[in-house]
Design a protein around this ligand. Structure first.
Ligand code: FE2
Length: 201
């Protein structure tokens, strides 16, 4: 059953990519995708993704793209390999209870590709994701909810469903959620796709 949900999520991501110019312009759709048959790994975040995914887009054009992706992610949430990456020392115990991410497409994804890394991340309400960085360029797409995006050298922006934010190679960034959680679809391109982000010193 879950394979059907994975395929549905990949279809939703493919359509989202095709219909969102910012996403399609950032990274071509990979032509090397194969099913990797990875095991799932549930975390407390599954329940939050399904019960509190955050406010959907208000604008009809954006909602048409983000709502289907949000629904596909919520349905798939119990079956994916959720990861935390960070330690309690880095982000605190509460953060680890209400955060998680998984790799749908990529070098270590449920669907294998060496051309890109497409992940989904969720942060509960009132969390601070400290300054961090990584080599690949990154496009954040808010699927639902909202968050305050801080990026080194650029204005801070509060972004909601349907909006995007670009992070350049090794450009430090941080994310804060306030009264809304945030569900994001994130695309990487360039070198270092299999690396983890690292906290900035
Ligand atoms: Fe990042």
């Amino acid at each position: 059953m879950s394979r059907v949900l994975f395929d549905a999520a990949l279809d939703a991501v493919r359509d989202f990519h095709a219909n969102m110019p910012a996403v399609a312009g950032f990274q071509a759709w990979p032509n090397d995708i194969t099913w990797a048959d990875r095991d799932g790994h549930a975390l407390p975040v599954v329940q939050l993704v399904q019960s509190d995914p955050g406010r959907p887009a208000a604008d009809d054009a954006e909602a048409g793209q983000t709502r289907r992706l949000q629904q596909a992610i919520m349905a798939l949430a119990p079956y994916v390999e959720w990861r935390l990456t960070y330690t309690e020392e880095e982000v605190g115990a509460d953060f680890l209870q209400r955060f998680g991410w998984f790799e749908l497409v990529g070098p270590d994804g449920h669907f294998h590709s060496t051309q890109t890394r497409m992940t989904v991340g969720y942060w509960g309400r009132g969390l601070y994701y400290p300054w961090h960085e990584h080599e690949p360029e990154e496009l954040y797409c808010v699927v639902s909810g909202e968050g305050v995006f801080e990026v080194d050298g650029e204005p801070t922006q509060k972004l909601g469903a349907g909006q995007t934010r670009l992070h350049k190679t090794f450009q430090r960034h941080a994310l804060t959620t306030e009264e809304q959680p945030i569900l994001c679809f994130v695309v990487w391109r360039g070198d270092g796709l299999a690396d983890d982000p690292r906290m900035s010193s």
